[in-house]
Design a protein around this ligand. Sequence first.
Ligand SMILES: Nc1ncnc2c1ncn2[C@@H]1O[C@H](COP(=O)(O)OP(=O)(O)OP(=O)(O)O)[C@@H](O)[C@H]1O
Ligand SMILES: [Mg+2]
Length: 419
Amino acid sequence: MTSERTCYVYIILPGEVALVTAGRFTLTPTADGQAVGRFVYGRKYLARPDGVEIDPVELKLSDRPFETATLGGFFGAIRDAMPDSWGRRIIQKRSGHTQLEEFDYLLESAEDRAGALGFGLNVEPPTPSKEFNRTLQLEQLQAAADAIIRDGGEPEDEVARQADELLFRGSSMGGARPKAVIEDGGALWIAKFSQSEDRWNHPKVEHALLRLAGSCGLDVADSRIVTVAERNVLLVRRFDRDHRADGFRRHRMVSALTLLRADDSATDRANWSYLLLADEIRRSSGDPNADLTELYKRICFNAAVSNLDDHPRNHAIITKDRNWRLSPAYDLTPAPVSATSQRDLAMECGANGRYANRANIVAGHGRFYLDREEAERIFDDIIETVRTGWLPQMRHIGVGEADCTRISKAFLYDGLFYE
Ligand SMILES: Nc1ncnc2c1ncn2[C@@H]1O[C@H](COP(=O)(O)OP(=O)(O)OP(=O)(O)O)[C@@H](O)[C@H]1O
Ligand SMILES: [Mg+2]
């Protein structure tokens, strides 16, 4: 980055469907090749009686400027609104540049990014689009996603070019798997496609796992399967959008990565911890008791099904008004690894680090406002539901027997119960 970059930050306030200007974000290069980010809330915004904070950790409402030198100068809540690896591929392809600056990804990304923020160069915010892709377009979207994975996907003809445009809408959702955002039945859904390298039917297995988590008493995102050109696509209903006659309400959403003030690089994982996340939720949640019990259940569930990709971008808090709450669970996948004595979750889950193990997990009970007996009971109940329920649930969703065998090692591995 060689020169200073600046943009306006817009937000959709609770109950509204139009963007308003909240403040201004500036990124300034420093002599050592790094950058410093600066955010100030606008005076007009601060004077509004209905103005809300962008996030409950870093950018609380205040008239003083905020500065950060971590994450390359990007505040966590702004980073959360930026595309992740999948969305970046789409933007690179669309712009024809592979050497984009972080700031470009912020400005270039589609407006249906997670949460309630928007970014632009004009002080006046744009009108949010009411046009979304439809289920009908899923086949085109899937084909465009395939082409991008296969060969960078040069659009050969007009149809392919149009499909790329469709794919671009919704490209700013995070994550690595190919996906698009579509509207169906008045709601917005994230469509998660299969990939040729998948070792089992990912859409169906993820759907079944979400259902299984629901039957274990977890609060989960709503989902369903659609079939497009003989392939299954998972639709996960967006919990950060609510339909209204005049548009979509958008709810602010902040990832656990931001709550933990962490980065997703492999070298910055010291803060990747459910225990630290519990501490943060205790501070920011409108109902810490309920949210901490829920978070604890998610640890037990993830351990039971070896969802080892439970990194801090796969947890979030969300608010529809002024009350921040843990978001529903999403992105659950079993990892049928061969280790039988020790598997590690992506985040620290007890006194013995990341070890997915009953004694380790139960030992952390105090951090979740639970006494030991409650913590043991919750763990054991979830284990029981997973033990009796995982295979029937997979079959019910239509996961084939060969796939059930492939993923079976993920469930209730031996080390879970070592003393
Ligand atoms: N139901 C939902 N409503 C709103 N936002 C969601 C929902 N599900 C996921 N998200 C957001 O979209 C991002 C990507 O979704 P998800 O984690 O399911 O995809 P992924 O590509 O499988 O991710 P990963 O790279 O972790 O494997 C999430 O990190 C989260 O910010
Ligand atoms: Mg994810």
